[in-house]
Ligand binder design. Structure first.
Ligand code: ADP
Ligand code: MG
Length: 690
């Protein structure tokens, strides 16, 4: 019933608003019920200033003792409060109106809610939500938690709350039927679906609020289980469906041996093993679905080239997709160098091509003349037509979740695409996560670096040593070393104190006019980026000042020094990726991680891990332990793998159990997946792609 009822049947929602809800994938009342709170705000109590934990959200109260505007081009409004205990808090507003500024009168009491940070003069909150009132007239505290929903631009929490309230009223009238078998619920102590949804959206003061806040309540466990199960069943279906399909098989090829013989190195044991695994797949009658994980510099590209040769030799075409233009160009160079002498033509597509050149390339692809085609993901989303596509290689891909893959699969069904797929990633993903994130794929790991690589020598230094580090870099460059200097943000941001790449580049050229400096950041056009990269590669530049855009895949073997500023702000996995840009040649490489003092104990511990190891898997495990899977499988890297409720780190204990039950349920309850998908995936995929 609720799965058929559209949002327009609710009160207070017009066509404009409906559109915004559609953007979130919310079409029916049931969709709305499964739009779950990300977290809760606890406005049931006031936190004494003495118990403030930096970085946590808190509700605080104090008397306004001053307000003033900062003297800068974009002034911010600072309102200072003093608590009963005599401690102060500054509220900072970057956007404010004149009227708003006038409200903050001295002597009034202000109750604020927000994340507490440390500012120049003590505790600080940026844009807190607030209430103002006269001393002694404090309004009552809330009696339960306030859910916070994921939302989109122009859609406020209030609007969501109002609609969800109506949806819950309808749920009383038309309860959902239980999707999970009752015996399973009993065995796992999982409460019913209707009760679970009600409690989740509207916790009652009598509920265990602390449990709910920490997502440990049984109703939450119930939904976590159900969501993970939906995901797992999806993976199983994908895998089975994939194996029902037909794919061309590629017999062993002599040309593969020809490339191996012409390489200036021999493959490592790990490379040989993974190559063998791929070759086994390519002989099977159904499509390969393999993920190759290999640390930065482990030599994934040559493996991709060898697989491509095997496909080309059997008369099929190969598409290679890279996530950035820089990487695509690098692949094109490598593939041309390796494949063209063997008589395999390589075509290439990029966003900057002139129309005529692009037409020419596309014609080569359609006619089948081009055997191997390199480009970015974006290009392949356009209608590139192949004559006979047999293998798709996706490099550094973490962006597709299972629901997107399911959707693609549906599309492929009608188009009858049966190519093999090879996905390569340098982000080492701990096993438990890989099981969930890529459970439908077979996994290969290149767990060995080519011989002769010297581990990168890493130092962790306070930013106070910055000038000395600059001088050291200059001297090294005079000796012929090439260096990277990475600044995490492109613009000066007062708030984050991050060093701007532009400012740093200017500083270097002021101090060392004879140093040849290049600057690269996300704001440059593809063409400009390529120019700078090529100049650096050709050693026409000594120093490349960059933002994190250089993170993925850049290969300049002569570069052997890397400085990363504000290293404390980056995740370990990201630092590892960045550091992997050096240590690619035979020179001893060095990396300096600069941090902004003072650094917390955990901050120190994290950076020390970088000093102790260059093993990407160990770093990933530590990152997972310290920062949770959001960082490793977070939006930036997986996009699609976003659960509404489950958190792969927090809910790890469910993963194996869910997998176990999913296998039984798929046979005992064949319709379960469709019913769960309807609830948990609903209209999400459809509308995300719309
Ligand atoms: P990644 O796995 O990070 O993509 P690449 O494929 O770019 O790594 O390889 C890094 C460098 O190592 C390249 O210059 C490549 O030619 C070289 N390489 C690959 N395999 C070997 C090997 N077995 N021995 C020596 N060098 C190798
Ligand atoms: Mg690579």
């Amino acid at each position: 019933m609720l799965a058929q009822m559209t949002l327009t049947s609710l009160k207070g929602i017009g066509p404009k608003l409906v559109e915004k809800y559609h953007k979130l994938g919310l079409v029916t009342v049931q969709d709305l019920l499964f739009h779950l709170p990300l977290r809760y705000q606890d406005k049931t109590k006031l936190t004494p200033f003495s118990q403030i934990i930096l970085g946590d959200e808190a509700q605080l109260e104090g008397e306004i003792i001053s307000q003033h505007m900062t003297q800068s081009r974009n002034p911010s409004l600072l309102v200072k409060l003093i608590s009963e205990e005599g401690q102060s808090l500054t509220c900072r507003f970057f956007h404010f109106g004149f009227r708003q500024a006038q409200q903050f009168k001295r002597g009034l009491t202000m109750r604020v809610y927000g994340e507490v940070r440390s500012g120049p003069t003590g505790f600080e909150m940026v844009h807190p939500t607030y209430q103002l009132f006269a001393k002694g007239q404090s309004p009552e505290l809330e009696d339960t938690l306030t859910p916070i929903y994921p939302t989109t631009e122009g859609l406020g929490q209030a609007s969501l709350l109002k609609l969800i309230k109506q949806a819950l009223a309808l749920l009383e009238q038309y309860p959902l039927t239980e999707a999970l078998p009752s015996q399973l619920c009993q065995e796992l102590h999982l409460p019913g679906i209707n009760q679970s949804l009600r409690t989740l959206h509207q916790p009652q003061p009598s509920d265990d609020l602390l449990q709910i806040k920490h997502f440990e309540h049984p109703v939450q466990q119930r939904l976590i289980f159900e969501e993970l199960l939906t995901h797992q069943l999806g993976l199983q279906t994908l895998r089975q469906a994939e194996q029902q399909r037909q794919a061309p098989n590629f017999p062993p090829s002599q040309t593969v041996n020809a490339l191996l013989a012409s390489l200036p190195f021999s493959l490592t044991g790990a490379q040989l093993r993974v190559l063998h695994e791929i070759q086994q797949d390519l002989k099977k009658p159904y499509p390969m679905q393999r993920l190759v994980q290999g640390d930065v510099g482990s030599g994934k590209t040559v493996i991709a080239a060898l697989a491509a040769i095997q496909a080309a030799d059997a008369g099929y075409q190969v598409a290679i997709m890279a996530p950035t233009e820089i990487l695509a160009e690098q692949h094109r160079n490598a593939f041309c160098e390796w494949l063209e002498p063997l008589g395999i033509p390589v075509a290439w597509l990029n966003g900057r091509m002139k129309a005529a050149e692009k037409r020419f390339m596309l014609a080569q692809v359609v006619s089948g003349e081009a055997k191997v085609v390199v480009g970015t993901h974006a290009l392949f989303q356009d209608a590139v037509e192949f004559q006979k596509l047999g293998l798709v290689i996706i490099d550094e891909q973490h962006r597709f979740g299972v629901h997107q893959r399911l959707a693609l699969h549906e599309k492929g069904k009608t188009e009858d695409v049966h190519s093999h797929q090879l996905i390569m990633t340098a982000t080492p993903i701990p096993r438990t996560l890989a099981m969930t994130a890529y459970g439908d794929l077979d996994l290969s790991v290149i767990d060995e670096l080519p011989p002769g690589r010297k581990p990168i020598d890493t130092a962790v230094l306070s930013n106070q040593k910055r000038l000395e580090v600059m001088e050291h870099l200059y001297q090294k460059c005079k000796d012929g070393v090439q260096a990277y200097w990475v600044c995490p943000l492109i613009e000066e941001s007062e708030l984050l104190h991050a060093q701007a790449a532009e400012v740093t580049a200017t500083q270097f050229s002021d101090y060392y006019p004879d140093l040849r400096i290049g600057l690269i950041h996300g704001r440059l056009k593809g063409e400009e980026k390529a120019l700078v990269m090529n100049a650096f590669k050709a050693h026409q530049l000594d120093l490349l000042v960059a933002t994190t855009v250089i993170e993925v895949g850049v290969n300049v073997p002569n570069a052997s020094l890397m400085i990363i500023e504000n290293a404390e702000r980056l995740g370990l996995a990201q630092l590892h990726q960045l550091r992997g840009r050096v240590g690619r040649g035979d020179k001893q490489s060095h990396c300096v991680l600069l941090y902004q003092a003072p650094l917390s104990e955990t901050g120190k511990a994290r950076l020390n891990i970088m000093r102790e190891t260059t093993d990407g898997f160990r770093i990933a495990e530590e990152d997972l332990r310290i920062r949770g899977p959001g960082e490793i499988l977070g939006t930036r890297q997986t996009g699609g793998l976003q659960f509404r409720m489950a958190d792969l780190m927090r809910d790890q204990h469910w993963i194996a159990l869910v997998k176990h039950h999913a296998e039984d349920l798929a046979t005992s309850h064949p319709d379960l997946m469709t019913r769960l998908q309807e609830r948990w995936v609903g209209h999400k995929v459809e509308y995300k792609h719309a």
